[in-house]
Design a protein around this ligand. Sequence first.
Ligand code: NAD
Ligand code: LMR
Length: 338
Amino acid sequence: PNITHQIMESSSLRRENCRAKGGSPGFKVAILGAAGGIGQPLSLLMKMNPLVSVLHLYDVVNTPGVTSDISHMDTSAVVRGFLGQPQLEDALTGMDLVIIPAGVPRKPGMTRDDLFNINAGIVKTLSQGIAKCCPKAIVNVISNPVNSTVPIAAEIFKKAGTYDPSRLLGVTMLDVVRANTFVAEVLGLDPKEVNVPVVGGHAGVTILPLLSQIKPPINFTPKETEYLTSRIQNGGTEVVEAKAGTGSATLSMAYAAVKFADACLRGLRGDAGVIECAFISSQVTELPFFASRVRLGRNGIEEIYPLGPLNEYERAGLEMAKKELAGSIEKGVSFARK
Ligand code: NAD
Ligand code: LMR
């Protein structure tokens, strides 16, 4: 095993040095919660991403097995595993992007907020590690309740003096992925041709699809609008119920997380016109955090777009969303300040 380890380490170093000299694009990415239901397919898909040169897989259980397995894939990213809190700092040092799918998922009958008591503490600890070891990294928070865990991370970074609001993003991509899929189904289109902005937050009525701004432009009937809005808002619950106690969305989430992480990396590389929805620090409404369309660039979020014209149905939805969001944001902030 020692010889195998030595060969693996020297080959990773050779590959890293080679990349550094050639100046070819390649970013260092850590996944925290890498052995979980989302973490495993997410790790697999990130290992396939040509923009990733180094992939660190961290979890409190099972990372040696997941790392060994994924490291056999013949794609160029160098994979390293880290197990348990004592290895968190090594997992984070030098990272450009940190993706956080760590935490417990819902069971039928639960709301995302029911996960707060366990997941708030997990996100707090991981954020403290990020503030210490890679304060300039872009951070993608997947752990629920996103409407509270993003404010928690922000407060922890503020306390550490490292907070940069343009580098902290709550992942709401799955809502957009679902919206595109469900709308395409109704219209008989290829989902690739559809783009629905989804704003607000990531729980129940805070998930606000702006069907009036869909591309290509389409006029839905009130019945279609009602059906689609409700299906998009309840997409997570639909999966939780179908999984019947074994967890929540993992595979579609890993797909959405990689779609979003890839957009962040293309932004970091300097690509133009990278625009996605995310839950971020915002002045688009009176709330301190809100999901909306953002342009991603070398410094993370480079532009936050206003909501644009809303119809009457969406204006009513916005009021409901803001009411619930205000409480969830406040809950996260006061937890982190305690
Ligand atoms: P899971 O239980 O299958 O996996 C979670 C992983 O986190 C486990 O491997 C666990 O060991 C690990 N973990 C626990 N504590 C940790 C810590 N302190 N440090 C590092 N890792 C730790 O759950 P899952 O299905 O992968 O879901 C993970 C989270 O993602 C849940 O909170 C879920 O609600 C959320 N989620 C969010 C979205 C979204 O759209 N943002 C979508 C789906 C799921
Ligand atoms: C989702 O939208 O699928 C996730 O937030 C998981 C959940 O609890 O619904």
